[in-house]
Design a protein around this ligand. Structure first.
Ligand SMILES: *Cc1c(COP(=O)(O)O)cnc(C)c1O
Length: 355
C-alpha cells in the first residue's frame, strides 16, 4: 500500500469499502451488484426530464420536502418521521456518527453488509460481531447483552435470509435502551417492513433505498424512518456536512417513483418469480441455496469451488459476486436478472459443472 506523508492519521487508518465492479463490456451478464434488471418507472424518468430546465441554476430544497411527503404518504407516516439522503449509504453514515457512536460497542452480525465495519473505522465506533447461526439465520436472543446500538439488514446481506417481524419486535423489546437500525435495502422482494413499528418503538430506525426495488441506483436516494427525535439527530449531522445532498432531479424522480405503484408492484413480482425459477434450476444442478427474500440468492455447490466457478463464469462474460471471507468463501452471491440472463447463467453453469 502506498501512503503519502500528506495524509492525516485518520486517512492512513481507513479500510475503504470495495464496491462490486462496474465493467463496461458489451454483452455482459451483470449479476454482481443487485441492480434491478427492469429499469426505473417511466413516470420517474419523465419527472427527471421535466425537472431538467432553467431551475437547475437554483439550489434544491435543502429539506427535500416533496420527496419526504411522497415517502411518508406511501408508508402511512408523517414527513417529520422521514430523513432522506444521497443513497442509503449516506443515510447509514449519518446514523453511525449521529446515533451509533456511543460508549458501548455496537453489535452486528459476523456476516453482513460490509460497509458497517467501514463506517465504524471512519467514525471510530467500537463494534462487536455476533455470529449467525449455522444455518446463517440471525438469532435475536444473541443480541441480549449491553450494547451501544444494533444494526443489520433485513433480509440480511449477502445471505438474503429474512427475519420475521415478530423477531424484530422481540429484539426491540429486549433492547429498549439502544437504537436498533434495520437496513431494509431488499425488503420489497418478499420481506416484512418494520416501518409500521416506528410508532410503537422510539428506538427503531428503518433504512430503505431506491437503488434496488425502485431501480434507481444511479440517482442515489435513500431514507430512514423513525421517531422524530432520531430523525432530528440525522438532520443535525446532515446540516453539519452537506445541506443539499439531494439535487433537484433526484428529488423529482424519487418522488415520482413512489407515485407509480403499479410499475413498482409489477417489477417486484417479476423479480420474485424469476428468483423462484432460478432457485429450482440451481437446486436441480446440485446447488444449495439459502432461503432468499431478496433480489439475489446465496448459493454453494458441495463439489465445486466457488472462486473457480466465479472465474469460469467470468470467462463466459457472466459476473457474480464472490467474497473471500471466513464462513462464506464457498458461496456465490447471484443477482436475479431477467429470465434471459438467468437462462444464460444456468446454461453456463451446466457447462462448467460438467467440464
Ligand atoms: C445496496 C445496499 C445499500 C446501499 O444502497 P444505496 O442506497 O445505493 O447507497 C445499503 N444497505 C444494503 C444492505 C445494501 O445492499
Amino acid at each position: 500500500m502506498t501512503m503519502s506523508r500528506f495524509w492525516s492519521d485518520v486517512v492512513k487508518g481507513l479500510k475503504p469499502y470495495v464496491p462490486g465492479e462496474q465493467p463496461r463490456l458489451a454483452n455482459l451478464v451483470k449479476l454482481n451488484t443487485n441492480e434491478n434488471p427492469y429499469g426505473p418507472s417511466p413516470q420517474a424518468l419523465e419527472a427527471i426530464r421535466a425537472a431538467t430546465d432553467e431551475s437547475l441554476k437554483l439550489y434544491p430544497d435543502p429539506n427535500a420536502e416533496q420527496l419526504k411527503l411522497a415517502i411518508a404518504k406511501y408508508h402511512g407516516i408523517e414527513s417529520k418521521n422521514v430523513f432522506v439522503g444521497n443513497g442509503s449509504d449516506e443515510v447509514l453514515a449519518h446514523i453511525f456518527l449521529g446515533l451509533l457512536k456511543q460508549a458501548r460497542p455496537i453489535l452486528f452480525p459476523d456476516i453482513t453488509y460490509s460497509f458497517y465495519p467501514v463506517y465504524c473505522g471512519l467514525y471510530q465506533v467500537d463494534f462487536e460481531t455476533v455470529a449467525l447461526a449455522d444455518d446463517f439465520s440471525i438469532r435475536v436472543g444473541d443480541y441480549a447483552k449491553p450494547n451501544g446500538g444494533i444494526i443489520f439488514p433485513n433480509p440480511n446481506a449477502p445471505t438474503g435470509c429474512p427475519l420475521p417481524l415478530a423477531e424484530i419486535e422481540r429484539l426491540l423489546q429486549s433492547n429498549s435502551d439502544s437504537v436498533v437500525v434495520i437496513d431494509e435495502a431488499y425488503v420489497d422482494f418478499g420481506g416484512e417492513s418494520a416501518i409500521p413499528l416506528i410508532a410503537k418503538y422510539p428506538n427503531l430506525l428503518v433504512v430503505q433505498t431506491l437503488s434496488k426495488s425502485r431501480s434507481l441506483a444511479g440517482l442515489r436516494v435513500g431514507f430512514a424512518a423513525g421517531h422524530a427525535d432520531l430523525i432530528e439527530a440525522l438532520e443535525r449531522v446532515k446540516n453539519s456536512f452537506n445541506s443539499y445532498p439531494l439535487d433537484r432531479l433526484a428529488i423529482a424522480g424519487a418522488a415520482a417513483a413512489y407515485e407509480d405503484r403499479e410499475y413498482f408492484d409489477k417489477t417486484c413480482r417479476a423479480v420474485i418469480a424469476s428468483r423462484e425459477k432460478l432457485i429450482s434450476e440451481l437446486k436441480a444442478l446440485g446447488f444449495e441455496v439459502l432461503p432468499s427474500a431478496a433480489n439475489f440468492i446465496f448459493v454453494r455447490h458441495p463439489q465445486h469451488d466457488a472462486e473457480k466457478s466465479a472465474l469460469a463464469l467470468r470467462r463466459r462474460s457472466i459476473i457474480v459476486r464472490h467474497f473471500k471471507l471466513p464462513r462464506i468463501e464457498q458461496f456465490l452471491r447471484i443477482t436475479v436478472g431477467t429470465d434471459a440472463q438467468c437462462a444464460a447463467l444456468i446454461s453456463a453453469l451446466k457447462e462448467i459443472l460438467s467440464a
